[in-house]
Design a protein around this ligand. Structure first.
Ligand SMILES: Cc1ncc(COP(=O)(O)O)c(C=O)c1O
Length: 467
């Protein structure tokens, strides 16, 4: 079975000194978040056996990493992952010329300025109150609940907790319902920060595959029955990064299987409104069985708004509100007022995202055909990104090569629990065509560098930290 580190190493030998290559790859795994700070690494002897190299090689690699601050030897408890003090980490200055495809989010909706102006009046009416809102403003919760009801899931405003974005919602949910050492099912690939939140509370991630064609329900149900997880985390609608949507029948089966083992289903609906031309719409997951749903204004209106929400039943809401004060005492009122104004024009929000995603998707398709011939773009009916098959395990090296051309692209394994899927890359369809055209041109240059046999230069792995 091997160690977590061993399983994530992949094709690590890049030529030259073997110990240096091994150290470089382990450092990249640490900086990329695939090995976490405090995690124990295998003994030198065990890793040497696992990678089929001499113990002296592993000793040298570990020494290099310890000298640079990436490993700490803790007397009596082995060697653990660490991070050097900040001053020792090279963080390149942000440059206007860098295109950052680590972010997949549509730019702000055109009505945002006007909504902000209107929100000031709304805020004025609240100035006599203490201003703390642990569960969120009633007007906003009403609008969020109404949208669920409109989508076919009758919802009372008391079932909504307004948060500061979907990521904050996930943090609250994992803090309230996570259990150290217990299994959590995650899709592979999935949204990386969700995995980080589950790991942070000590949950053991159990992956189940998703492709642009969808889920493997037999695998998913089997893993749930075998591991009896505390949590099943799913992005069932226009999944990030594959764009897949789970059909109603599969939702019903998943809900029933999770319920049979007492697992809590968390449905991340951050992308639910990003339908471009899917041609069908499933019922909200929570209409098929018990689930906590998460939503956000980030992809619908603007990431800078930092307003999201949780929809849950009364006992779960009660628990969430009990946990929340140790994190924060409510989301900012002005932002809540702006979100309230924006949700009054749902059609406007949807029209904007659809326009942007349609244009972004076309430029990714054209860019791939021109600059990365042979790389096929899957069907992308909406969502945030195209999950592109590169044809061979080269995503990490492509990310590194892309950096040399001023393009930040997270490697495919960043979207997995175990560091696999190096054959894939996530390319956002959210950017304006001008940005995307330039990005695809840079990606093409990186692609040609790799094809011509260039290997990452010294220090390149370290810079991947910024991704
Ligand atoms: C699936 C998913 N969940 C959560 C988030 C975080 O959203 P927010 O900006 O609302 O915190 C994102 C952002 O990309 C996402 O794709």
């Amino acid at each position: 079975m091997g160690s977590r580190l061993g399983r994530q190493l992949g094709e690590w030998y890049q030529g030259g000194a073997v110990a240096q290559s091994l150290a470089d790859r382990i450092r990249m795994l640490i900086l990329d978040g695939r090995l976490t700070v405090g995690e124990r690494v295998p003994s030198e002897r065990a890793l040497a056996t696992e990678v089929g190299r001499s113990r002296a090689t592993v000793t040298k690699a570990y020494e290099t990493l310890a000298d640079a601050g990436y490993l700490a030897r803790v007397h009596g408890s082995g060697t653990r992952v660490a991070l050097p003090h900040r001053s020792a980490t090279r963080v390149p200055a942000p440059s206007d010329d860098v295109i950052d495809l680590t972010i997949a989010s549509v730019g702000s909706t055109p009505g945002l300025h006007a909504a902000t102006v209107r929100a000031l009046d709304r805020l004025a009416s609240l100035l006599g109150t203490p201003g703390y809102s642990l569960d969120g403003l009633a007007d906003l919760r009403e609008r969020i609940a109404a949208r669920y009801t409109q989508r076919g899931l009758p919802t009372d405003p008391s079932q909504i907790v307004v948060t500061s974005g979907a990521m904050h919602a996930l943090t609250l949910i994992t803090a309230a319902f996570g259990e150290r050492g217990r299994a959590a099912i995650v899709e592979q690939p999935t949204f990386p920060h969700a995995m980080d939140a589950l790991r942070r509370v000590g949950m053991r991630l159990v992956p189940t595959p998703v492709t642009p064609e969808g889920w493997d329900l037999a695998h998913l149900a089997g893993r749930i029955r075998e591991t009896r997880p505390g949590i099943v985390y799913t992005i069932a609608d226009l999944h990030n990064p594959t764009g897949a949507t789970m059909p109603d029948l599969e939702r019903a089966k998943l809900a029933a299987t999770a319920r049979s083992v007492g697992a809590l289903v968390i449905v991340d609906e951050t992308c639910v409104e990003l339908d471009v031309d899917r041609g069908w719409t499933p019922h909200p997951f929570a209409s098929h069985g018990p689930a906590i749903s998460i939503g956000s204004m980030s992809k619908l209106a603007w990431g800078g708004l930092r307003i999201g929400w949780i929809r849950a039943d009364a006992p779960h809401v009660e628990r969430l509100l009990a946990v929340r004060p140790s994190f924060d005492l409510g989301s900012p009122l002005l932002e809540q007022c702006i979100a309230t104004e924006l949700l009054d024009d749902m059609d406007g929000l949807l029209a904007h995202t659809k326009r942007r995603l349609t244009a972004g998707r076309a430029s990714v398709r054209a860019g791939l055909a021109t600059h990365l011939p042979g790389v096929v773009m899957p069907e992308v009916p909406g969502g945030l990104a195209a999950w592109v098959d590169l044809g061979s395990p080269m995503s990490t090296n492509l990310s590194l090569a892309a950096r040399e051309h001023g393009l930040l692209l997270p490697p495919g394994p960043r979207f997995t629990a175990t560091g696999v899927l190096d054959r894939f890359a996530r390319i956002p369809i959210t950017w304006e065509p001008e940005v995307m055209d330039a990005a695809m041109e840079r990606l093409g240059m990186a692609w040609r560098d790799l094809r011509a046999g260039s290997t990452p230069r010294a220090g390149a792995y370290e810079e991947l930290a910024v991704v």
